[in-house]
Design a protein around this ligand. Sequence first.
Ligand code: ADP
Ligand code: MG
Length: 564
Amino acid sequence: MSSEVIVGIDLGTTNSAVGVVESGFPILLADEEGRRLLPSAVWYGKEEEVEVGWTAKRRLALGGVVTSIKRLMGQEARAEEVSAEILKKLKRIAEHRLEQPISKAVITVPAYFNEAQRGATKRAGELAGLEVVRLLSEPTAAALAYGLGKMGELQRVAVYDLGGGTFDVSILEMREGQFEVQSTAGDTRLGGDDFDRLLASMVLGDDWEKGRDSLESARVMEEAERVKVTLSEQETATFRLPFLASGPVEKEISRREFEAGLTDFLKKTEACCRRAMADAGLEPAGIDAVVLAGGSTRVPAVREKVEAIFQRKVEEGVDPDESVGLGAAIQAGIISGAVREVVLLDVTPLSLGIETVGGLMNVIIPRNTTIPCKAGEMFTNAAAGQRSMRLRVLQGERELAGDNWELGAVEVPFEAEGKGQARVGVQFSLDANGMLEVLARDTKTGVDTVLTIETAAVDVTDERVEQMVSESVEHAFADMRARVFTEAKLKAEELLNSLEPALALAGEDLEEGELSAIRAAEARVRKEIEGGASNGPLLKAAVEELDQASERLAALVVEKAMGL
Ligand code: ADP
Ligand code: MG
């Protein structure tokens, strides 16, 4: 499985990221300094030099730096060129980390992007030397990152995405295993930058920008952002700029003060959420999960507001500013095939079954079945008067029970009957955690025997799964012959056992030729049994011959038995 790597890219207004699925897990790739987010900033020097990301952001106040270019996507060719520089940088980060050339990518776009904006994003990718194999909507990416939609069940998800300068809310609905965007709403001029400006005003007054040069304004905004980020973790933070032209500034700000100032912004997002729900024809109760995206949702008050709006806890487990990038990586992994290992957690990696007569594997749940699942079959007794059967639960891909792994075994009692009269239903239930419950029921008495096997059913290392599957392919022909032989041998023994009693009963009524044909076929069957497993097809033919040769004998036996 050395299929070509496809990377997933979050091409954001403020920050961008590149990710990939590695060993079954989506990760964002870090630059040389270990940073997984790249500022979407591009600096153009006088000599046509170009810097992208952190180095460009540092030159912000000095001029020549382009930021928030995403806002102009689809409106001018320059937007494509600037975006291409960001994409080239992400491509280089990925190539450096993965130590191989990268030429394909999934890129995320806002759900509301029109054809022109999508086309421009695609062209930006091509300019950067990337074939854009899919444009993925950002809310869908976020939902994927949180592991939603795996089961393919109907699921309605609200995605609340508050970034640096834009707010988007989307309602997604799962249909036939795919998320569809049902509605979107938002504000293209609302985001974390507003929070920074708010903090600056809290410290320096509402008209803090007046009379300040761009260099100073940039320093104020930078410090405000630092304070804001600190307040997401701590109750207080100090805004400190000792060298401003207007004099040194030092002020402690509490989270409570800061968050009080956010009320109006958050009310605006609430109105958008209500509109998105109304457009999708939903009340909060109709939503199954709420997912966060965007760095600004790390502000505790934002999260609380989201939970109040949707009247439920938000999904946990993913950094919201990474969710879109991780989702893009997952989609890329699905397309390239790298995600199969992730999917394995939700499917049976190997077939599950039981041993049947003759030591054969009888598959009840085939490998790669999505869990949870339930399946069963009816079995009967191989011998008359048998009072119980040993149920061996097996895992593996080989035809012969002995080549598979035994997960457990249990003795299943049933009422004594003639051969083939008992009816024992065997049902396998595999839950989402990989716990297997085996239920055997004697349908005559209704008595149940239950065997529970914890986790073993899916808890197999990838190497062992691969080994088992490759062995099963390697041995496919031998295994098939073994199965044919075993089945033919069972039939042969049955025929041979009934032959002498039948001849004793009705042999006299046979013609000379008939008797010798039976004896000849019998001899051949015995000889092929001796030959062993590789003789499967020959034994099968011999058994068929004996079956035909003794057809009239069987009819005579029946006549005799019925007194005709
Ligand atoms: P975009 O999607 O617009 O490209 P992001 O999702 O990266 O942007 O969000 C960037 C915004 O998130 C910035 O305003 C940044 O200050 C803010 N942000 C990042 N981390 C935090 C944090 N821990 N607390 C508050 N805001 C944060
Ligand atoms: Mg974003």
